[in-house]
Design a protein around this ligand. Structure first.
Ligand SMILES: [Zn+2]
Ligand SMILES: [Zn+2]
Length: 182
């Protein structure tokens, strides 16, 4: 999904897309999550405003994503809604002696475009992948898996011998404390 810089009016431009009927957006999600990571009802809605200031383009808006990641603790698949903000400034890449000279700024919100087009698909994909580095937890108090038998403790206790207070690191600390006080 590329947009010609010349096609962005001075007054700005709005871009709306829904992955359920927009092929390129669906492809972004499929590429980011893999085929097994997207199930039938999973979708994302994109809303972006594009503003032009001379040759610099400001892209601002976000994605609302409904999908089914695996919980980092118990590995269960659960429904999640995520808002991914997008705010990026695109400046034209300039060339010096045939070499690309990009390091004119170290502002991390600024990236560069070549030629007379900006690649919206790339920007969206980058932000979606970045957002997936966040923690996925099925619930605030997910109990995770038993380290011995691998059973999900959200479904009740497993048959492994319970860790007694004796074995817990806190109990050991308590003991030490007592020793020190004696
Ligand atoms: Zn969980
Ligand atoms: Zn167990």
């Amino acid at each position: 999904m590329k947009i010609r810089v010349d096609d962005i009016p001075e007054s700005g431009m709005e871009l709306n897309a829904d992955s359920s009927n927009t092929g390129w957006l669906k492809t972004v999600f499929l590429d980011s999550f893999g085929k097994s990571g997207m199930i039938e009802d999973d979708s994302g809605r994109l809303n972006l405003q594009l503003y032009k200031n001379d040759k610099n383009i400001t892209v601002i808006g976000g994605i609302i994503l409904k999908f089914h990641p695996a919980c980092d603790r118990c590995l269960a698949i659960f429904a999640k809604q995520q808002q991914i903000p997008i705010h990026q400034i695109l400046a034209p890449a300039f060339f010096k002696d045939g070499k690309k000279a990009e390091s004119s700024t170290d502002d991390e919100d600024v990236s560069f475009y070549e030629g007379d087009e900006i690649d919206i698909e790339n920007i969206v994909k980058e932000q979606v992948i970045l957002a997936q580095q966040m923690v996925n937890r099925c619930s605030e108090d997910c109990k995770g898996l038993c380290p011995k038998c691998g059973k999900s403790l959200n479904k009740g206790p497993c048959k492994c011998k319970k860790t007694t207070e004796h074995d817990s690191p806190f109990a050991i600390l308590k003991k030490k404390k007592k020793k020190n006080q004696a």
